[in-house]
Design a protein around this ligand. Structure first.
Ligand code: HEC
Length: 183
């Protein structure tokens, strides 16, 4: 009988100890451990992406290197490129810039702060291929934005880099050049 009582006490003590430990393992009492995943340079859901590291090259080629100035158009403006550019323009740009690039797309009426640029205008056509490429990639520049130190987005024209591959962006650039000729 005495042995039984002693065992009971031992098991009770073990039980209490186990229960106390369980409160930690099941997060009843939460201890905020520092996890290395949390303190490294990374960004959380819905956060803006980190700025591109200086002199780094994207996996699909050096589309644009921060600090290296405007890129040079590597895609010859042949028939295939222009035809592809025209199709992509209708999909990605025409709703704002209009079917013929005159800045009168269906969405243009809803853009009150800044109207889409007339892409056939002298002012826009005077800009370089590289400048257009950056506009398509990063949207319209805004010096007060710190997302990309030099290529910046003010919300007037969205960055379309995610929707268009590098090659596709140059195809559109080649197509835009033909808009001047059509004028
Ligand atoms: C949501 C509407 C919208 C879409 C889509 C859009 N743009 Fe724009 N774009 C604008 C607006 C608005 C401006 C004028 C912004 C300003 O003046 O600040 C602009 C300006 C421009 C400019 C002039 C940039 C400059 O330096 O003056 C070019 C070139 C241009 N867009 C090309 C394109 C191309 C090419 C596409 C498709 C790949 C496209 N845009 C898609 C709204 C749009």
């Amino acid at each position: 009988m005495r042995l039984f009582k002693q065992l009971l006490v031992v098991f009770a003590a073990l039980g209490v100890l186990a229960a106390a430990l369980m409160t930690f393992s099941y997060d009843v009492i939460k201890i905020d451990w520092i996890v290395f995943m949390e303190i490294q340079d990374s960004f959380d859901d819905q956060e803006k992406p980190l700025a591109v590291p200086a002199q780094s090259i994207p996996v699909d080629g050096a589309a644009y290197l921060p600090g290296m100035g405007e890129p040079v158009n590597p895609v010859p403006a042949d028939e295939a490129s222009i035809a592809r550019g025209a199709q992509l323009y209708q999909i990605h740009c025409a709703m704002c810039h209009g079917d013929n690039g005159q800045g009168n797309g269906t969405v243009a009426a809803f853009l009150v702060k800044k109207k889409p640029a007339n892409l056939t205008s002298e002012a826009v056509q005077a800009k370089s291929d590289g400048s257009w490429f950056l506009t398509i990639s990063y949207g319209i520049w805004n010096p007060s934005n710190t997302l990309f130190p030099e290529v910046q987005f003010s919300g007037q024209m969205p960055p379309l880099a995610e929707n268009l591959t590098i090659r596709e962006r140059w195809d559109i650039v080649n197509y835009l050049r033909t808009l001047k000729a059509a004028e």
